[in-house]
Design a protein around this ligand. Structure first.
Ligand SMILES: NC(=O)C1=CN([C@@H]2O[C@H](COP(=O)(O)OP(=O)(O)OC[C@H]3O[C@@H](n4cnc5c(N)ncnc54)[C@H](O)[C@@H]3O)[C@@H](O)[C@H]2O)C=CC1
Ligand SMILES: C[N+](C)(C)CC(=O)CC(=O)[O-]
Length: 491
């Protein structure tokens, strides 16, 4: 699903929202009075284009069009989603909503990025109250899936549901916060940690770098994939959560935190934090830090997708939802023209597929061909259910030719031919392209096996029939150049 979005306030967060919408195919109008807004947004977009398209295993749609509007009314006209991301001042947010009145589509959702205001505070006195919800994202908005959605009784019954549906279609994970509270759920948690960190600096116990190390080398990695409660459940050992609470419950009454007390943000404390932060990270520009952060996040989320866990599961679901739009099909019967090589992969080269030579590393060619083979297997009926029933294909031999290089962010496709599909054999030919360039070919012999005996065995009749159908259709094509080549064979 795509459409038109309006972004009011194109700073750190508005810029991230603009990138999220644009890269998911939406046209975006931005209103921001800052004369530097276009430059800043351009830089954020450049980073987003580098990172987001390579996060998933399915190509994103064609990027939407970006324009800058000169008034709020012009920006919001015709938009299905309006995201307000102006600074965290209630009176400013109210002024912005008032300027929208009379120009907003009846079915448009007005999301506010507010970190802390409740929806009823935002809606107070507003003609558009029924359309305003909190849609609180996390920086960088173009990569992180979480968005807290909070409504109030002023919203119609379906507004929150409509908001959540649209955010899901953008590859996000809307979390419906059912009760209105200051700072929602996540910032309440973050604020608690932030206050403790400020005390540690105030009291001279730790530097900004030591505090960051305490997070990133340890519990930060755990939080990224299991959060707090699931992590502590494991920490309870076989006796689980009850044992954990029994063991650490008494600490609640010990002076482990200063949560009820807040350090004064004196000039001295601000100077100390700023100086320590410069010493810690000043060698990198903000854009450099953003790129390092993005590469780390993409790598972590792609690892999580392998286990189908947390933020990785969101990406996997988004890929699945996008596959048909990207031209991929799940069944031979769904192919528009089975006589042509089958599109088995369409994606962007991700950042973590690049090696020290600055191009896609050799193993990833085989990885991409393996993904293409997996799709072809599913298309002929060898899907998860079939494999659970005891039948599958094993690869017996592969020959990959590396013909041209490709860099991060480039779109790649794989088209596949079935050279032979009879008895236990499945002989495949993959061609990988970027634009018109042939990057690589892969020739693979697979054997159908009985997973109980681990020995070759004929496939089930429906798999054999689908495979034979493709093999017969592809037999009419001329033999592919390079078929049957061995390493070192003369050209
Ligand atoms: N920075 C963060 O980590 C996060 C911030 N938020 C929330 O997002 C909102 C925006 O915060 P940031 O992007 O960090 O601030 P920012 O200062 O980076 O960006 C705010 C932008 O709004 C523009 N602006 C000011 N007045 C305006 C007006 N009348 N109409 C249109 N644009 C106007 C400014 O020129 C600026 O570009 C706040 O509500 C904040 O709580 C939410 C999640 C994280
Ligand atoms: C610091 N903050 C309150 C603006 C943080 C957020 O709102 C969310 C985030 O991205 O950390």
């Amino acid at each position: 699903m795509s459409g038109r979005a309006a972004i009011i306030g194109g700073g750190v967060i508005g810029g991230g929202w603009a990138a999220r919408f644009l890269l998911n195919g939406w046209d975006v109008a931005v209103f921001d009075p800052d004369p530097e807004a276009a430059r800043k947004l351009d830089e954020v977009l450049e980073n987003a284009r580098r990172a987001l398209p390579g996060l998933g295993d399915v190509a994103l749609p064609q990027e939407g069009r970006l324009r800058f509007a000169t008034t709020i009314a012009e920006a919001v006209a015709g938009a299905g989603w309006i995201q307000e991301s102006v600074p965290e001042r209630l009176e400013l947010k109210h002024r912005v909503y008032a300027e929208m009145a009379g120009h907003v589509r009846d079915d448009a959702v007005i999301g506010s990025s507010t970190s802390g205001f409740r929806p009823s505070e935002l809606q107070a006195g507003q003609a558009l109250a029924g359309q305003i919800v909190v849609a609180h994202p996390f920086n960088p908005v173009y990569l992180l899936p979480l968005v807290e959605v909070v409504g109030s009784p002023a919203n119609g019954a379906d507004v929150v549901a409509r908001a959540c549906g649209r955010l899901t279609a953008l590859g996000m994970r809307p979390l419906h916060v059912r009760a209105e509270i200051d700072a929602h759920i996540a910032d309440r948690l973050l604020e608690a940690v932030w206050r403790e960190a400020l005390w540690l600096v105030t009291d001279g116990i730790a530097t900004t770098e030591e505090i960051d190390d305490a997070i990133r080398f340890g519990f930060g990695l755990r939080w990224a994939q299991m959060g707090l409660f699931e992590t502590y459940r494991i920490a309870g050992g076989e006796a689980g959560m009850r044992h954990f609470i029994g063991q650490f419950g008494p600490c609640l009454h010990w002076p482990w935190t200063k949560l009820t007390d807040v350090p004064e943000l004196t000039d001295e404390l601000i100077d100390r934090i700023a100086e320590q932060s410069d010493a810690q990270s000043g060698a990198h520009s903000i854009r450099d830090l953003e790129r390092i952060r993005d590469a780390n996040l993409v790598g972590m989320m792609r690892a999580l997708a392998q286990t189908g866990w947390g933020a990785g599961a969101v990406q996997t679901a988004h890929d699945a939802a996008r596959a048909a739009a990207a031209g991929l099909v799940d069944r031979v019967d769904d192919l528009a023209d089975p006589a042509q090589p089958v599109l088995t992969l369409t994606r962007t080269v991700p950042l973590d597929w690049i090696d020290y030579n600055g191009h896609m590393t050799e193993a990833r060619y085989l990885d991409a061909f393996a993904q293409a083979t997996d799709r072809l297997m599913r298309m002929v009926g060898c899907d998860a259910e079939y494999i659970a029933g005891g039948g599958s294909f094993f690869t017996a031999e592969s020959h990959v030719r590396h013909l041209d290089e490709v860099r991060a962010g480039a779109p790649i496709t794989v088209h596949t031919r079935v050279l032979e599909g009879a008895g236990k054999k499945m002989h495949l030919w993959h061609e990988m392209r970027s634009g018109g360039r042939l990057l690589a070919t892969g020739e693979h012999m697979l054997l159908h096996v009985d997973l109980a005996t681990r020995r070759a065995a004929p496939p089930a009749p429906h798999v054999a029939a689908a495979l034979a159908r493709l093999a017969d259709a592809h037999a009419a094509l001329p033999p592919p150049e390079g078929m049957g080549r061995a390493v070192g064979a003369p050209r």
